[in-house]
Design a protein around this ligand. Structure first.
Ligand code: C2E
Ligand code: MG
Ligand code: MG
Length: 775
């Protein structure tokens, strides 16, 4: 049965609890009767007061026993101890009454003192048994000490306020003095009650009523003590009714349901921390006690003995409490460390611990190797058999791995199914040897049945000599190697190499990022002018795509287009480029009505039947004449082209779209394909142009291609013209157009438009003569 059930069970009082109700009403009536009697000052007030207290205390004891029987085990002890307390109160009061009747005025005798001390113990014990009280012995002791500290601290304060004017002679015997310490014990118990009523947790109505009862008793005791000290106390005055009233409140408490209390909530993290004032509460009276001790010195400067003794006891208690706290702190620190650095499932060091050790090792002068191990197929185990099975498997496997590593390294669990081994220099086993041992350890041994599924592992190794490398880089390298091992098949290990690093650093990441690039508008175009070599007029502009990567900055096409082609992402990218380029060209039509835009098309796109639709949509959508758009295709793309591709190109040509063969001269240029392809221009690759002034063979190639173009009635563009000499050379050879840094670098659209404005609309008339329009 959980505590919640207990709470609910206890909440149900027997429906026919007639005796209980009658008892409560009876006790209430007794208190009311006594109050009336005493207030009216009717005769024999003392006797009425004694009998009243005895009756109500007795009934409270019975009610507590009833509650103990009704309530389940954890609360039973609380009610029984409270019943004992009431019984002791009854006994004490009965003894008191009999001794008083025998003639003593205020019979503070030894038996009464002992009974009182016993009730003090049972009452305090009851408080510490409440459901919200600390569960551990240390916790209870701490709570108790807090109460004792408050009680002791109240002695000097009480002395200063009440007893100072009373000479010891008036308090004829020590026992009488002890009797005067009642309020101190009350406050001690109240402090314990406050501490027990845990912060934030509902402590329940019984505890609240008990608190009120204790407060009433404290007031009664304080009034009693001050009256006695002043020598004006009279038995049978209205003050006396406060004691039975405090017992009556306990009778009421027995009829309240205990708090709804859940065992789970006791987990340390769920219990809210106490507010600061609650923590310092026991120490506030200590400050008061110190002040009171100084003020309580008599004329000759001596501290009265009781105060001296109380302060000594207080000091001792404080020391004990401090010792307890220090010890608890040590245990807490140890526990925190264990929580922070140890994986709770496997007991292995966790990621944090591993990284600390790794960083420490990297600061040293030795070689450091990291093995990163990932369990293949562990996720499936979790999915198929549930997390409990997964956890069992994981802790079993981790034990085997720990054994396999032995003293040759430090193994840690750094993620769900990821483990890492740190190997520092001077260990006999090489990382490779360790990897083999680990893989062997993970093999299911014959006859062993784990859970039907046995995950294998992939291990990546990264090792560095005594050189500067950050732990993140080392782990990343191991990670790359681990993925290479995974790619190589299950149960394998790989060592990180330069080549692996380069190919993998951001490959996977880049692909993932690229998928979002189009949607998130991270792509943009730059335009590079293509000019008429003779006049310098801008004839066209090539649209070149750029990727503004959120972390890596602007990336060139060389960096991401190969990935795009591999993954097919090139299609949406090219589609976007075509649309964007057409829109851009439309904006410069009034500046240079004949200036065209050139767009690069990937080979993959050429194979797509929807290329034509894409292109016509883009031109129509932008309001651009088809003849203002040039598609640039590389030789290789054209060579591998099938008849369908050639058909498609012809259709594009029929629409008026122009086709350029890009990077001409770098592929398997063959005259036969030049015949078949309906191109409108050739772009001579910049590798020839770059060498042209010095290299006669390059010069001859450019010359030949230019002639060839003339023969096939194609336009020619010399690509990559950077210098004046290159310009002069290609112009002398007879190239009509040029593109390159000499005329302008790829730049934003606005820049191109200003260049167009400068070169003027004269371009319009030149077009026909230039031979560029070959339709
Ligand atoms: P490409 O079509 O041959 O484009 C010309 C490349 O040469 C551009 O490089 C350009 O910046 C560069 N370039 C121009 N003038 C000079 C010069 O004087 N000296 C030197 N050294 N280089 C010059 P970029 O922009 O890096 O583009 C590289 C390639 O990426 C392009 O070669 C093209 O094949 C491809 N590409 C660019 N944008 C796209 C696109 O939107 N779609 C497709 N499928 N491919 C594209
Ligand atoms: Mg191009
Ligand atoms: Mg090119």
């Amino acid at each position: 049965m959980s505590r919640r059930d207990i709470g609910q069970a206890a909440a149900r009082l027997p429906r026919k609890d007639r005796a209980g109700r009658v008892g409560l009403v009876g006790a209430g009536a007794v208190v009311a009767f006594e109050a009336l009697w005493l207030v009216l000052g009717l005769p024999a007030g003392a006797l009425v007061s004694d009998l009243g207290a005895i009756t109500v205390a007795g009934w409270a004891g019975v009610a507590c026993v009833g509650a103990a029987r009704r309530h389940p085990v954890p609360l039973r002890r609380f009610w029984l101890l409270l019943a004992a307390t009431m019984a002791l109160s009854l006994a004490g009061r009965a003894l008191w009454t009999s001794q008083r009747l025998l003639g003593e005025s205020l019979p503070h005798t030894l038996p009464i003192g002992l009974i009182f001390a016993a009730s003090l113990l049972t009452g305090t014990g009851a408080l510490l048994c409440w459901v919200t009280a600390p569960r551990t012995t240390v916790g209870r002791l701490r709570t108790l000490l807090d109460g004792v500290i408050v009680g002791l601290a109240l002695i000097p304060i009480g002395w200063l306020l009440i007893f100072r004017n009373v000479t010891m002679a008036d308090l004829d015997e020590p026992l009488r003095t002890a009797g005067l310490l009642y309020p101190m014990f009350d406050l001690m118990q109240l402090t314990i009650l406050v501490a027990v009523v845990g912060p934030g947790r509902p402590a329940g109505r019984p505890m609240a009523l008990l608190g009120v009862s204790l407060t009433v008793r404290a007031i009664a005791d304080a009034v009693y003590v001050s009256l006695v000290a002043a020598g004006t106390y009279q038995l049978g005055t209205p003050v006396d009714v406060l004691w039975p009233l405090s017992y009556l409140l306990i009778v009421v408490a027995t009829r309240m349901s205990p708090p709804q209390y859940d065992d789970g909530a006791e987990e340390a993290s769920d219990v809210p921390l106490p507010p600061w004032w609650r923590v310092v509460l026991p120490y506030l009276p200590v400050a008061g006690a110190i002040v009171a001790t100084m003020l309580a010195r008599d004329a000759s400067g001596h501290t009265p003995l009781p105060i001296f003794l109380a302060m000594m006891a207080l000091l001792a208690t404080l020391a004990l409490r401090q010792g307890l706290a220090a010890n608890e702190n040590l245990r807490l620190v140890a526990r925190l460390r264990q929580l922070a650095y140890v994986d709770q499932l496997t007991g292995l060091p966790n990621r944090l611990a591993f990284i600390r050790r790794l960083r420490g090792a990297l600061r040293g002068a030795n070689r450091v190797a990291v093995l990163l191990l990932d369990l293949d197929g562990f996720k499936q185990v979790n999915d198929r058999f549930g997390h409990t099975t997964g956890d069992t498997l994981l802790s079993g496997l981790s034990r085997r791995m720990r054994r396999a590593v032995g003293d040759d390294g430090m193994i840690a669990r750094i993620g769900g199914d990821e483990f890492a081994v740190l190997v520092t220099g001077g260990r006999p086993a090489t990382p490779e040897r360790l990897a083999e041992r680990l893989l062997a350890a993970l093999q299911p041994s014959p006859g062993e049945e784990l859970v039907g599924v046995h995950p294998s592992a992939s291990i990546g190794i990264a090792e560095y000599g005594p050189q500067h490398i950050s732990h993140t880089d080392l782990l990343r390298d191991a990670d790359i190697a681990m993925y290479a091992a995974k790619a190589a098949g299950k149960s394998a290990y790989r060592r990180s190499t330069q080549a692996l690093r380069e190919s993998a650093v951001s490959r996977a990441e880049l692909i993932a990022d690229l998928r979002r690039a189009v949607d998130e508008e991270q792509l943009h175009l730059e335009f590079q002018p293509i000019v008429d070599l003779a006049t310098g007029v801008v004839r066209s502009a090539e649209a070149l795509v750029r990727w503004r990567h959120p972390r890596l900055g602007v990336l060139s096409p060389a960096r991401f287009l190969p990935l795009a082609e591999e993954t097919g992402l090139i299609l949406p990218i090219d589609r976007w480029v075509i649309h964007e380029a057409c829109r851009a060209a439309a904006t410069w039509q009034e500046r240079g009505p004949s200036a065209t835009v050139a767009v690069n098309i990937a080979a993959a796109h050429l194979r797509r039947p929807d290329l034509i639709a894409t292109v016509t949509e883009a031109t129509a959508g932008a309001g651009l004449a088809p003849r203002a758009l040039t598609l640039e295709l590389t030789e290789s793309a054209l060579i591998e082209g099938s008849d369908a591709v050639l058909d498609r190109l012809s259709q594009l040509r029929e629409l008026g779209i122009r086709i350029a063969i890009d990077d001409f001269g770098t592929g398997y240029s063959s005259l036969s394909y030049l015949h078949r392809i309906p191109a409108t221009e050739l772009k001579i690759d910049r590798s020839f142009v770059a060498r042209i002034p010095e290299d006669t063979r390059a010069y001859a190639t450019v010359e030949m291609v230019t002639r060839l173009a003339g023969a096939f009635n194609l336009g020619v563009v010399a690509e990559g013209v950077e210098t004046e000499r290159q310009h002069d050379a290609v112009a002398a050879i007879g190239c009509v157009q040029g593109q390159g840094y000499r005329y302008g670098r790829p730049a934003a659209l606005a820049e191109l438009r200003s260049v167009l404005a400068k070169s003027g609309p004269s371009g319009v008339t030149d077009v026909a003569e230039s031979g560029l329009t070959l339709t």
